[in-house]
Design a protein around this ligand. Structure first.
Ligand code: NDP
Length: 499
């Protein structure tokens, strides 16, 4: 029997006010694995009110003490890593080894964010006046709304919520409808770690019924969103018009450049991992390879052989290399793109369909797919597919590859395979993406470096790394005058014209 779950509002586990629920299904076999509240605007209102009330005292808890709770949460996550990873694989399909990595990111982030509680440095600077002190300090924003996607259902909430809480904010968290159980584990752990009631509130439900009301709610001062570009830009327009701080992490169309001097075996390993890992549903997934014409055919042969050999299956079963897509709608979307690619004249060299054999036919599986001879402006080389579909584009030079990469609407990650250090440095300088890899695939970000992208991928913010507090803090400048008299800046000690 599927288990029933509830929202967490003000420290209590409660059903949606309207009483509606939705089912969470396993994409490997369609089975129902949980029933969750289908909440609405009134539940958002309750959560915001709880967060607002908790803010008054949470912001006054010393930052090192707030951070200790985050550290304890990290310890609890570590102890429960396998349970959470299995739940994640069951609800969104990625193979267990990758689900473990997703949870590990949460652990890494907890330890990193906890350290911030004892740093959170401000800046002191000399005043231009005598007997006056000047400094600036980070302060929390207030109640923040966190809206997350299903592809990294533990890591992404960790990147956002851990720094937000360390900084002294309270939060309303809406996870994706496809991955509610991972979010439930996250919030449950924070409760056990000792987070006071109302500091972190969890509201399950859809984007339209929960996410959108969060963006509109006057009691939420900032929204941190990761998801599709279309939804993100809508949130930016609506939230921006209300004067909110909006932090966006959105789509990607990540390219790997393979030069003629590259180690092709290494490039094949990295491309297969970047393109077909998480069934192509990472924001940093490699979906296009810009390959030098001299090695195009050799690399294509290696990639086709690799794609055909990957073992599809339930991610919980040992030996599975590629799990299902997250849901049937995603299968339709991916297949539609494969048809577009074929119609556009690209050569379908591997995959291109749903497996029909045995138990795979019951799940949302799709064959790892490789197109060769793809034009750089073809839709499959330009638009985010979010599935296991790889397009090989032939290039004649590094300059051409960089130009194609930088013409993309997106700018999350990119990579170059080359043995030439001069080319590697030129690529590091000229590739216009938030993350650049050399002789490594497009995935594999570590939590202690800033994460985010340029152009259509983001709106100028970076999560994690030394920048983790930026989306969740304001700067307050403080002046202390200890002269005992009126001192007028810019006036009393101004340089007179001609003096
Ligand atoms: P969506 O944009 O569809 O959804 C993301 C979240 O937003 C979900 O929780 C969704 O709710 C919610 N949502 C949907 N509509 C609204 C709305 N009008 N107002 C507020 N919230 C809303 O993206 P996906 O979940 O499909 O995730 C895939 C996308 O995420 C890809 O484009 C991928 O590139 C991107 N992504 C980007 C990353 C990055 O760091 N740059 C990292 C990971 C993913 P629900 O689905 O429950 O209805």
């Amino acid at each position: 029997m599927a288990e029933t779950y509830q929202n967490s509002i003000g420290g209590r586990w409660v059903a949606a006010r309207g009483g509606s629920t939705f089912c969470n299904r396993n994409p490997a076999n369609g089975e129902v694995i949980g029933e969750f509240p289908a909440s609405g605007p009134e539940d958002v209102g309750d959560a915001v009110e709880a967060a607002r009330r908790a803010y008054g005292s949470w912001r006054l808890v010393p930052a090192p003490k707030r951070a200790e709770i985050v550290f304890r949460a990290g310890e609890l996550i570590r102890g429960r890593k396998e349970t959470i990873a299995c739940a994640m694989t069951r609800e969104m399909g990625k193979v267990l080894v990758e689900a473990r990595g997703d949870v590990q990111e949460g652990i890494d982030m907890a330890y990193l964010a906890a350290g911030e509680g004892r740093r959170m440095y401000g800046v002191t600077t000399p005043s231009e006046m005598r007997d006056k002190w000047a400094m600036s300090a980070r302060v929390p924003i207030g109640v923040v709304g966190v809206v997350t996607p299903w592809n990294f259902p533990f890591a992404i909430p960790a990147w956002k919520l851990m720094p937000a809480l360390v900084a002294g904010n309270t939060a309303v968290f809406k996870p994706a409808g496809d991955t509610p159980e991972s979010a439930w584990h996250f919030v449950r752990i924070f409760e056990e770690a000792g987070l006071p009631p109302g500091v972190l509130n969890l509201v399950f439900g859809s984007g339209s019924q929960v996410g959108d009301p969060m963006v509109a709610h006057p009691g939420i001062q900032a929204i941190s969103f990761t998801g599709s570009t279309e939804v993100g830009l809508g949130i930016a327009a609506k939230g921006g018009a209300l004067g909110k701080r909006i932090t966006l992490e959105m789509g990607g169309k990540n390219a790997i450049i393979v030069m003629e001097d590259a180690d092709l075996q290494l490039a094949t390993d990295a491309i297969a991992w970047s393109a077909f890992g998480t069934t192509g549903q990472r924001c940093t997934a490699c979906s296009r390879v810009l390959v030098h014409e001299r090695v195009h055919d050799a690399l294509a042969a290696l990639l086709v052989e690799r794609a055909r050999g990957l073992k599809l299956g339930d991610g919980l079963e040992p030996g599975t290399e590629v799990g299902p897509l997250v849901n049937p709608a995603q299968v339709e979307r991916v297949h539609a793109y494969v048809e577009i690619g074929t119609q556009e004249g690209a050569r379908l060299a591997a995959g291109g369909g749903r497996p029909t054999d045995g138990r795979l036919a019951r799940g949302s599986f799709y064959q790892p797919t490789v197109f060769t001879g793809v034009r750089p402006d073809a839709r499959i080389a330009v638009e985010e597919i979010f599935g296991p579909v790889l397009a090989l584009v032939r290039v004649r030079s590094l300059e051409e590859a960089i130009e194609i990469n930088n013409a993309s609407r997106y700018g999350l990650s990119s990579s170059i395979f080359t043995a030439d250090v001069n080319r590697a440095f030129a690529a590091m300088r000229d590739l216009d993406t938030g993350i650049v890899y050399v002789n490594h695939g497009t995935t594999g970000a570590e939590t202690h470096l800033p994460f985010g992208g340029t152009r259509g991928t983001g709106n100028g913010h970076r999560e994690a790394g030394h920048t983790m507090l930026d989306p969740f803090t304001e700067w307050k400048s403080i002046y202390v005058d200890f002269s005992g008299r009126l001192q007028r800046a810019q006036i009393d000690n101004a340089t007179e014209p001609g003096s």
